[in-house]
Design a protein around this ligand. Structure first.
Ligand code: TF8
Length: 339
């Protein structure tokens, strides 16, 4: 009898605890303003996905969490926003993984030329254990990574001449991201590589401070590079991801319920963004042609020569990211390709 009474009591306590935690859950979402910065313009794939993210968070939090998406590098270029996140002066951003290598060296893995053969491989590795391992390296550095979005396979544009063979790059002043792998890669190819933040790129192309740049079709279109670049050479030399990050200082003040809303919205926006980006990329080449760009593909021999030169940076990347991570990535790709 005694034990029956005790278990009745236990059920009562459990029920009231359950109620208490339910009530706490509702209060666990506080009104907050989230500044979400990005570098491309509102009409870009990055801008559309940032808007989608804001809407998701609004819905899931009953309007309590307000995301203010601020594009066109109005909060500064990638590197400046990263520092603002680390310092706690800004809550969130999306930007290139390439500009994060100084913060977490493992990010250099995504700079590997020709790492992925297609978007399917990219998704599998980025969303799998390797991608998570790399993303989690940010946590000790003051950032929390939530999801990889697609920037895409990068292609070469310039105002001088079609790049049909390696030698055509000789002496071309080429803007690269602020990242050593990119700098070394394009120097290896014979270009005069100049690191610049994305926000300064259009102006530099317009004034001919640089002759060329490399970015996915989507960006060449949305940033109107076709206005200042005549030649587009399809090289697909690297797949570049974007990453959605949160200030760790700020993240640690959030309740688990708030953190979950942001995580879920980042994943939902990732799925939206990849689909949107791929749809746009499949149309972009025609659009760019219509805008007057002269587009060329590389012959198989020249593509192979370029690949051979570029992959000479791989050994350095393996050392930077660590041999274990490098081999794990190769093993995962091997498994994917055997399927
Ligand atoms: C680049 C990147 C850009 C990103 C973006 C501003 O060339 O491809 O897309 O940095 O977040 O800088």
């Amino acid at each position: 009898r005694c034990s029956v009474r005790r278990s009745v009591l236990a059920v009562g306590i459990a029920a009231s605890l359950g109620l208490a935690s339910f009530a706490a859950m509702a209060q666990d979402i506080k009104p907050r303003l989230i500044r979400f910065g990005y570098g491309l313009n509102e009409q870009s794939n990055q801008g559309r996905a940032a808007k989608f993210f804001a809407e998701q968070v609004d819905k899931a939090s009953g309007g309590k969490l307000k995301v203010r998406a601020i594009g066109a590098a109005a909060l500064g270029p990638d590197t400046q926003m990263q520092q603002a996140l680390i310092g706690g002066a800004q809550e969130m951003m999306v930007g290139s993984t390439a500009t994060l290598v100084g913060t977490a060296k493992e990010m250099a893995l995504w700079d590997t030329p020709f790492l992925f053969n297609d978007a399917k491989e990219a998704d599998a590795v980025l969303d799998g254990p390797v991608g998570k391992q790399v993303m989690d390296k940010l946590t000790d550095k003051g950032l929390v990574g939530l999801a990889y979005w697609e920037n895409g396979f990068r292609n070469l544009t310039n105002s001088k001449r079609p790049v049909q063979k390696l030698e055509d790059l000789d002496g071309i002043k080429l803007r690269v991201m602020q990242n050593n792998v990119y700098l070394d890669s394009f120097k290896l190819l014979g270009a005069n590589a100049v690191p610049l933040p994305f926000s300064e790129l259009f102006g530099a192309l317009e004034t001919k401070a640089v002759d060329g740049q490399e970015n996915p079709f989507n960006t060449i279109l949305s940033s109107k590079f076709f206005e200042v670049q005549k030649y587009l050479s399809i090289t697909n030399h690297v797949y570049s991801p974007w990453i959605v990050t949160v200030s760790r200082k700020w993240w640690d003040t959030l309740s688990p319920a708030e953190q979950k809303i942001l995580r879920d919205a980042a994943i939902a926006s990732r799925n939206f963004e990849r689909q949107d980006t791929r749809a746009e990329a499949s149309r972009a080449l025609n659009d760019l042609k219509a805008k007057g760009m002269v587009i060329n593909e590389l012959s198989a021999t020249e593509a192979a020569r370029m690949r051979d030169k570029l992959t000479r940076v791989n050994a350095g990347i393996a050392t930077t990211v660590g041999m274990e991570l490098w081999q794990q990535t190769q093993a995962e790709l091997g498994k994917l390709r055997a399927k």
